[in-house]
Design a protein around this ligand. Structure first.
Ligand code: ADP
Ligand code: MG
Length: 629
């Protein structure tokens, strides 16, 4: 038996590594299975090139937990190592990798910059084991060897009786890591990190029910048998060519990724590039609720089918982190901090590639099946609108397929919308005014009023829409959005100059005085308008910019930075001088009765705008009952 000293200057790496990697001990299993996979794929390669005369067969990787013996075994049937190779790859290379790592992070660490997944490789076994054996036999005709080390720089190397090709790693689990001796914990790790690795991974057995034999009785139990339990799908959908896959396969893979999701995805996008970087993957548009905070199942990042993380921030454009699916790239540097990642050129290219691919897919879906696209719009608009808001290149592309639904269920693209509105949606400055409602129920009376004027009303109700409108307004000249209950509405209605006021100028003056006296100090700007006699007598509107600022503030956007946390309430009261009730107000002789009429009308207008609440609402209802008694 040979003993030796591993050539490292750090005396005892073991406790140091443990300290640095505290939160991430579980990655040891991923690292060891990755090594086993590499060794098997290397064997496959040399067998296929004829470099070595070996039978490749159907190799598997097996994980065994020996709870009593406090050991975990990871066994592969890969190419194995000779004694010299162990000395070279384990003693020199694996350990020097660990040392280099420590050198680099000794001071900076305390986990600040390190993202946790740095592929420390073989050495990570010492995070959970107090002693590690490597029992290995090379495919070359050389005797098997056993290497043993307790994490100190001292190792032993001796001949072994192992007869089959491959490597067995034995972890003697440390007292503080016995959680990893639980089958459940290992299953959890295998599911998290190894679900799609390319070599079959066996962990224990499972009971399989067999069909009942011919002539079996109803009450006879079905026969069962114990079969090997494999934990992974070695050929996940994203590793295949899009042409090999049908719609059903994509849906099936979604269920495989997210077994707890019962809702089907809306579309998938198959990513497949090999220049200037390597990237494969499948992204899915899930059905999203308007609540952006519920987002449990996230995009998973893999490196050659090994799970790395489900925090793809920086790699996928932010607006697309709402999607689901898988990205696999050997080119994403994993051993670096997030801030470095965001500055990395390759990563930036990946991010803009993904954004472009998503835009292209949406554009082609829109083109090929507009009806289907319209039907899905409500569920995908959040992502698209968010993308348009945050990514100018995406905005340019999406401008051609982003939809603007009307309250009556028509869908227009921006271009179609402009065409449609040209006729009667311009205001006195010749600006195109896009009328919209954000809540069909709450703004019902305003929607009806606009429709009665022959105006088109959009239904724009996503939480970030006010930010997007702001952006569209700045990028398109002579266009503005106005909610149906905003003051722009008056301009559009005013254009309708076929209406002549029934009141003389003196009557108007006296009406205005009456109104001001009755309503005083309630902060309304009173405007008299000659409208159709069937339109409401009193209408309350709110300046569009005011309301939008308030909204943007609430949704956490730009508004807050102008320090407008206490914006005043500002409303206009539009009084329809052609309405019968307004004539009555004017002709009422007693001041008391007139005031009652005005205040009751004002409250009705406030009710219709949703402004009448609490004590005032209670008072109004009480008063109304009195009146009809
Ligand atoms: P890496 O995998 O990044 O090369 P590791 O520290 O994980 O670094 O492994 C170091 C080296 O040890 C590997 O490159 C490989 O040569 C050898 N090795 C590790 N595990 C095995 C194994 N199961 N079979 C054969 N060789 C192995
Ligand atoms: Mg490795």
């Amino acid at each position: 038996m040979a003993t030796g000293k591993i050539n490292v200057s750090v005396d005892n790496i073991f406790p140091l590594i443990k300290k640095f990697l505290y939160s991430d001990h579980e990655i040891f299993l991923r690292e060891l299975i990755s090594n086993a996979t590499d060794a098997t794929l290397k064997l496959k390669h040399i067998a296929s090139t004829g470099e070595a005369k070996v039978e490749y067969g159907n190799p598997i990787i097996e994980i065994k937990v020996d709870k009593e013996g406090k050991k975990i075994h990871i066994t592969d049937q890969g190419l194995g190592m000779t004694e010299d190779e162990v000395k070279k790859y384990i003693n020199e290379i694996a350990f020097s990798g660990a040392e280099e790592f420590l050198d680099k992070y000794k001071d900076s660490a305390k986990d600040s910059g390190i993202i946790g997944h740095f592929g420390l490789g073989f050495y990570s076994s010492f995070m959970v084991a107090e002693k590690v054996d490597i029992i290995t036999k090379s495919y070359k005709d050389e005797p098997a060897v056993q290497w043993t080390c307790d994490g100190s720089p001292n190792f032993t190397l001796k001949k072994s009786k192992k007869e089959t090709r491959g490597t067995e790693i034995v972890l003697h689990i440390a007292e503080d890591s016995t959680e990893f001796l639980e089958d459940n914990r290992i299953t959890e790790l295998l599911t998290k990190y190894n679900k799609f690795m390319p070599i079959p991974i066996k962990f224990g057995t499972k009971t399989e029910t067999l069909p009942k034999p011919e002539g079996a009785k109803e009450e006879d139990p079905a026969p069962t048998q114990e079969v090997d339990n494999f934990v992974n799908n070695p050929n996940p959908a994203w590793t295949k060519q899009p042409a090999e896959l049908k719609e059903e396969d994509y849906k099936g893979f979604y269920r495989e990724l997210y077994p707890m999701q019962f809702e089907e995805p809306l579309f998938h996008i198959h990513l497949n590039v090999d220049y200037p970087f390597n990237l494969t993957g499948i992204l899915y548009f899930p059905k999203l609720s308007n609540d952006l905070n519920i987002q449990k199942d996230r995009i998973q990042l893999y490196q050659n089918q090994v799970f790395v993380t489900d925090n793809v921030e920086g790699i996928v454009p932010e607006f697309l982190t709402m999607l689901r699916g898988v990205i696999d790239s050997p080119d994403i540097p994993l051993n670096v901090s997030r801030s470095y990642l965001q500055a990395d050129g390759a990563v930036k290219k990946i991010s803009s590639y993904i954004s472009r691919k998503v835009a292209d897919k949406l554009a082609s879906t829109f083109k090929n099946n507009r009806e289907d696209f319209e039907a899905k719009w409500n569920d995908i608009k959040i992502v698209i609108e968010y993308g348009m808001l945050s990514d100018d290149k995406f905005f340019e592309k999406a401008d051609k397929f982003a939809l603007y639904p009307t309250v009556d269920g028509n869908f227009y693209t921006f271009e179609e919308l402009q065409e449609k509105l040209k006729a009667n949606h311009t205001d006195k400055d010749d600006k195109l005014v896009v009328l919209y409602a954000s809540d069909k129920e709450a703004q019902h009376s305003y929607i009806e009023a606009a429709k009665a004027k022959g105006l088109e009303v959009l239904l724009l109700d996503s939480p970030i829409i006010s930010h997007l409108m702001q952006k569209i307004e700045t990028s398109k000249e002579k266009l503005s959005f106005a909610r149906v209950d905003a003051d722009h509405l008056d301009n559009l209605i005013k254009k309708d100059d076929t209406q002549i006021s029934k009141l003389s100028d003196e009557e108007k003056d006296s009406l205005k005085v009456n109104l001001e006296e009755a309503i005083q100090s309630k902060g309304y700007t009173i405007q008299l308008e000659a409208m159709d006699s069937t339109a409401s007598p009193f209408i309350i509107t709110e300046p569009e910019f005011m309301r939008r600022m308030k909204e943007m503030q609430q949704s956490g956007g730009g508004g807050g930075m102008f320090g407008m946390s206490n914006m005043p309430e500002m409303y206009n009261l539009i009084v329809n001088t052609n309405h019968e009730l307004v004539g009555e107000i004017l002709n009422t002789k007693t001041a008391k009765k007139r005031e009652r009429l005005i205040n009751q009308s004002l409250d009705l207008a406030r009710l219709s705008k949703g402004l009448l609440k609490g004590e005032e609402l209670t008072g109004f209802i009480k008063r109304s009952y009195e009146m009809i008694k």
